[in-house]
Structures are given as structure tokens and as C-alpha cells.
Ligand binder design. Structure first.
Ligand code: 3HC
Length: 310
């Protein structure tokens, strides 16, 4: 029963939350802040320093401009009004406690490190209102592990909300029901997703949920094909784009997601998850070599492809 197609505009679902506090102003956190604000939430976006927040503000503004151009092709003044209206609903702040103590939904999109995430959970646990729903945007860790030490009373109020890059464009939201998540919390998270125009699906707390569980082994197998000398990265990318209709081939996608991230996910699953020792998720040597050489993909200028020369 829990899946949706068409999103909020069709279903006109009202969000159960008014105030959304997001931790982590990277690509994901910024995107989540942008869509939450676009659909009328009052947003606080928290990071450790002003530099990160300024970068995020610029990223959100440039993404909003793309959206605005499509929404109001005829009128630059409407475009400006739209962008300014949305950005004014986002408060950029370094004050973690203050932001957590005044929220209906807290969503964390910080670094993929269970210890660092647990520290944030403890901070929020100490100050957030009892009723707060606390969700993680983790893509590879177990939701239950992140919230393992949260106070007993809050256990029913935690879960996963997993977005996809670029957040304003990708329609899917995976809504994760962890072992302790109550039906009420799950329903609230699901309806929040519908209210921000996403197609929502229900997932269990398993490695990679739905999308990454399929996507990661697929990308790794593409890397192994290159290692075996079966085909070149470019030919594999062309094949999946023009033969299977994917918007990006596996190597373009791996470079886009970040090779450091792809390696981190596959190594984490291979060494420390219920997929431990499973060859499907074993990090290929060519991936590790690129990461060791600092080639992280588009964000560092090179990965499987070189983005510095046109
Ligand atoms: N903000 C707003 N809109 C954006 C955007 C952004 N940051 N980036 C792209 N768009 C919009 C464009 O405005 C354009 O809209 P239109 O079609 O309505 O005119 C549309 O997206 C397409 O953009 P472009 O024409 O510039 O470029 P492409 O056609 O090459 O599309 C892409 C870019 C949307 C990234 C597309 O290649 C794609 O869908 N790639 C696959 C992405 C994917 O699989 N993401 C999931 C990765 S896994 C993940 O995120 C999980 C995590 O846990 C690791």
C-alpha cells in the first residue's frame, strides 16, 4: 500500500511538518533545504562554519535559477521573486542546538560516518522537542545503527529519508522504516515526501535500501568489465545510455556520485554489513586506485574521465 506516483501536486497532501531543520549543507542537505522551502516549510540549514553555508547558499541560488527559468520563462521579475521567496524561507546557521530545539522534523545529511552521526544524534536528543521526527539521509549505513543510542522515548520517532542527487530534479524519495520506527512516524515522513512533490516508496532498513542496492553492484560490475578488458568505460556508458535508456552510463554516474563515495559504500558493505564478504559489493581495484590517486570524479576534475580538458 505504501508507494506513490505523481507526488504532491496530484494528491495535494499537506505536510505534517512546518519547521524543518537540516544538518549538513553539502549537495544533499542543500537540495533538501531547497525543496522543503519551495514547498513552504520554514527551514533551518545547519553547518559547522560560515564558509560551508555561503557555498550552500550559492549552490541553492543557482539551482533555483534553473527551476525559475522553467517555471516563469516569460518573466525575469517573476523568476527573481520566486528565487528570493524560496531562499528567504531558509535560515543558514551554525547554531546546532538552537536549530534542533525549534523543529518539527530534523533531517541529518552530514558526513557518512556512524560515530560522527551518533554525536549529532546525542546533541539533538538533548535539546529537541519530544515530538520531533528525526530522520537520516544516509545512503549506506544502517538507520538503526545511527540511532542506536537515542533515548528510549524517541525510538519510535526515528527513520530514514533517502534523497537522490540532484535533489530538486530527482523525483524519488525512499522512506525507510527502521526496526523501531512507529507507523505514525513512517506516515508523517511519507506525507512530508508527498508534500514536497516526491514519489515515495517504502523501504526496510537493509543495505542500500532499494536504489543503491541495485545501482552499486551494477556500477561495480561495470568497473570489473573494464578490469577484465571486456569493453572500455566509454563503450559501456554508450551501451547503457543508448541500449538501456539510462540518463548516464555507469562510469558517468560513478564520477557524478563521487568515486570516494562509491568506494566508501562498497568497502563498508564488503567489510561491515550483512553483505560482508559478498563478491557483488567487493571494491574493484581500478576504483581504489583512482581514489588513492585523488581522482574522485567530477567534483575533483577527474575520475574515470578527465573533466579538465574539453
Ligand atoms: N537543480 C535543479 N534542476 C536541475 C539540477 C539542479 N541541481 N540539475 C539538473 N537539473 C534539471 C535541469 O534543469 C533539466 O530540467 P528540464 O529537463 O526540466 O529542462 C534536467 O534536470 C536535466 O538537466 P540537464 O539538461 O542539464 O542535463 P541532463 O539531461 O544530462 O540531466 C541529470 C542531468 C538530471 C543529472 C541526469 O543525467 C540524470 O538523471 N542522471 C542520473 C542521476 C542519478 O542516477 N542520480 C542518483 C544517483 S544515486 C544517489 O544520489 C544516491 C546517493 O545516496 C549516492
Amino acid at each position: 500500500a505504501y508507494s506513490s506516483e505523481g507526488g504532491a501536486e496530484k494528491k495535494r497532501v499537506q505536510s505534517p511538518f512546518e519547521k524543518v531543520t537540516i544538518f549538513g549543507s553539502g549537495l544533499m542537505g542543500s537540495g533538501i533545504a531547497q525543496v522543503s522551502a519551495t514547498y513552504n516549510h520554514s527551514v533551518k540549514l545547519v553547518d559547522l562554519n560560515e564558509t560551508a553555508l555561503e557555498k550552500s547558499q550559492k549552490y541553492i541560488m543557482s539551482s533555483l535559477k534553473r527551476v525559475a527559468k522553467k517555471k516563469f520563462p516569460e518573466s525575469t521579475s517573476d523568476q527573481v521573486k520566486f528565487c528570493e521567496g524560496v531562499i528567504s524561507k531558509i535560515q543558514f546557521t551554525t547554531k546546532a542546538e538552537e536549530a534542533a530545539s525549534d523543529a518539527d522534523l530534523v533531517l541529518e545529511a552530514i558526513v557518512e560516518n556512524v560515530e560522527i552521526k551518533r554525536k549529532l544524534v546525542a546533541t539533538v536528543d538533548a535539546v529537541a522537542p519530544n515530538s520531533v521526527v528525526f530522520a537520516t539521509n544516509t545512503s549506506s549505513l544502517k538507520v538503526g545503527d545511527i540511532f542506536a543510542n537515542i533515548s528510549e522515548a524517541r525510538r519510535p520517532n526515528v527513520g530514514g529519508l533517502h534523497f537522490f542527487n540532484p535533489v530538486p530534479q530527482m523525483k524519488l524519495l525512499e522512506v525507510v522504516k527502521a526496526d523501531t520506527t512507529s507507523q505514525e512516524t513512517f506516515d508523517k515522513m511519507f506525507n512530508y515526501g508527498l508534500s514536497i512533490g516526491k514519489v515515495c516508496v517504502s523501504c526496510k532498513d537493509t543495505p542500500g535500501f532499494i536504489v543503491n542496492r541495485l545501482l552499486v553492484p551494477y556500477m561495480l560490475e561495470a568497473m570489473r568489465m573494464v578490469e577484465r578488458g571486456d569493453a572500455t568505460a566509454k563503450d559501456i556508458d554508450s551501451s547503457m545510455k543508448y541500449g538501456a535508456g539510462y540518463p548516464m552510463g555507469p562510469f558517468e554516474l560513478a564520477d557524478y556520485v563521487g568515486l570516494d563515495t562509491s568506494y566508501f559504500i562498497s568497502n563498508g558493505w564488503y567489510t561491515n554489513s550483512e553483505l560482508k564478504g559478498n563478491d557483488l559489493v567487493k571494491p574493484p581495484k581500478n576504483l581504489k586506485d583512482l581514489v588513492d590517486a585523488g581522482r574522485f570524479g567530477t567534483k575533483s576534475g577527474a575520475g574515470f574521465y578527465d573533466y579538465t580538458k574539453k
